[in-house]
Design a protein around this ligand. Structure first.
Ligand code: KIV
Ligand code: ZN
Length: 517
């Protein structure tokens, strides 16, 4: 008998991208989508095509390039949304239109200013419209966990008759508790006569910290699609963290009796890429992918582990592709050694990409005695950034002088869009301020620095410093990342990365450049 599967529906590029402070370019979305394909997710919700021309373009690019998984576009129960969704995904190998409408009294009355009968008719008409384009139609009654049960049964039955092939039950406001949510799913199965004609899905938000628990409770009673985001990104407190749902289903197969199509060895790399691109760090104690997830500090635990891994470790870190600290490279390592290590980490590079990575590696190995897997991942992230964001300006040189009796002063040289080198110097309240002011004098793009963070990639005094910043212009946020053993260089790289992203999105330059602090 075929194994019972739970489909994994990733909405990092739609609900995840709705997180405050995330704004991704099409190129970045494509990169995440390619990695989601490697991870083996069944469905990628690529965006909300009707919401903006940028979203439309991103959904279209993803459906053209990513051929394995189903590619879904979200649409309200509005004719134009459904038409735009179809327009964006119609050439996908496996297209899906995902329509949604509010179903709880509070949302129907106050948000839609409508009534339940009208909502039911609109939902049916919208599913029929979507179905006239696409055989794969998902329907979500928004705020289902606060919807009157009898109404929910009627609505779900009607949209299945209209052609919906997946029924997704969202806990939109993260209100449900696991036993309650499980009961709701059971009741839907019991009281909707045609429910076996659709896949039952769940979509849980994390406002009360129950998103993963609610999703798993639903799986335990027959839900066969789980929606969520990598690293638990998403509106407000986020969506169910997919890596946790996947790992729980796999680790507790004895309990759930189901499996997924996920290549779990790609989990760490996916988490890392999403964090890197969005600039949302993963908390160290985060389940499955946090830096401490497999670190055992207690002596008793360490003793147990040395005797038998099972004593204190329920998952093998390698099963999620955790970087090894056993293999280290150094300045005598060659191209073949680097290629082999990168392949083990999941990177298959073309010759030209390998050459670039090798140059960056040599440069790092000159400054750092041992180059670990974590360093290589940071290095590959830097390489990727330079490819993803077209560099309007590039950083050639940065020099800083500071000290307890000195006025921090920075000199910066950038190459401008015409290939000219421009040098400027500035003083500041601190060395980073001085560097950013010198860059501002050249680039002249008004913006406000809203976040600045430095993390060490590995332990030790020679660790790579990973700088993440956010800048804002006209309410839009742009993330910048930079990694270098010298944190002033990393800070300058991060600022250039954010400015280039801002410029790539067509934001205008202005003469009046306020301080970034
Ligand atoms: O949380 C929610 O209800 C949603 C729907 C659009 C599925 O994101
Ligand atoms: Zn949602």
């Amino acid at each position: 008998m075929a194994e019972d599967k739970v489909l994994i529906f990733d909405t990092t590029l739609r609900d995840g991208e709705q997180s405050a402070g995330i704004g991704l370019t099409t190129q970045e979305k494509l990169e995440i989508a390619r990695q989601l394909e490697r991870l083996g997710v069944d469905i990628i919700e690529a965006g909300f095509a009707a919401s903006s021309p940028g979203d439309f373009e991103a959904v279209q690019s993803i459906m053209r390039e990513v051929r394995g998984p189903v590619i879904a576009s979200l649409a309200r129960c509005v004719a134009n949304d459904i038409d735009r969704a179809w327009e964006a995904i119609k050439d996908a190998e496996h297209p899906r239109i995902h329509v949604f409408i509010s179903s709880s009294d509070v949302q129907i009355l106050h948000q839609l200013r409508s009534n339940p009968e009208e909502v039911l008719d609109t939902a049916v008409a919208s599913v029929e419209r979507a179905k006239s384009y696409c055989h794969d139609v998902e329907f979500s009654p928004m705020d289902a966990s606060r919807t009157d049960m009898d109404y929910l049964y009627q609505l779900v039955e009607a949209v299945i008759n209209a052609g919906a092939t997946t029924i997704n039950i969202p806990d939109t406001v993260g209100y449900a508790m696991p036993w309650e949510f499980r009961e709701r799913i059971e009741n839907i199965k019991r009281n909707v006569p045609n429910i076996d004609r659709a896949v039952l899905s769940v979509h849980c938000h994390n406002d009360l910290g129950q998103a993963v628990g609610n999703s798993l409770a639903a799986v335990s009673t027959g839900a066969r699609q789980v929606e969520g985001c990598i690293n638990g990104l998403g509106e407000r407190a986020g969506n169910a963290a997919l890596e946790e749902v996947i790992r729980a289903i796999e680790t507790r197969k004895d309990l759930y009796g189901v499996s997924t199509n996920i290549n779990t060895r790609q989990i760490y790399r996916t988490s890392r890429l999403v964090s890197d691109i969005t600039g949302f760090p993963v908390q160290p104690n985060k389940a499955v992918v946090g830096a401490n997830a497999f670190r055992h500090a207690s002596g008793i635990h360490q003793d147990g582990l040395l005797k038998e891994r099972n004593t204190f470790e329920i998952m093998d870190p390698q099963s999620i592709g955790w970087p090894s600290s056993t293999f280290v490279l150094g300045k005598l390592s060659g191209r073949a050694g680097l290629r082999s290590r990168l392949e083990d980490l999941g990177y298959k590079l073309a010759q030209e990409e390998l050459n670039q990575a090798f140059e960056a590696f040599k440069d790092l190995a000159d400054r750092k005695r041992e180059v670990t897997d974590a360093d290589l991942l940071a290095l590959m992230s830097s390489q990727r950034r330079t490819l993803d964001i077209p560099a309007t300006y590039t950083l050639e040189h940065v020099q800083v002088s500071s000290g307890n009796h000195e006025i921090p002063t920075a000199t910066v040289t950038l190459t401008d869009p015409d290939g000219q080198s421009i040098t400027e110097a500035a003083t500041g309240t601190g060395p980073v301020d001085a560097v950013y002011k010198a860059i501002n004098r050249i680039v002249q793009v008004p913006n406000k620095l809203t976040e600045f963070r430095v993390d060490a990639v590995t332990e030790g005094i020679d660790a790579i410093g990973d700088v993440t910043i956010r800048i804002e212009q006209d309410g839009q946020t742009f993330v910048g990342r930079g990694a270098n053993t010298d944190i002033m260089v990393a800070s300058a790289e991060a600022y250039m990365n954010a400015l280039n992203r801002l410029l790539a999105m067509g934001v205008s330059k202005g003469a009046d450049v306020p301080t970034t602090h």
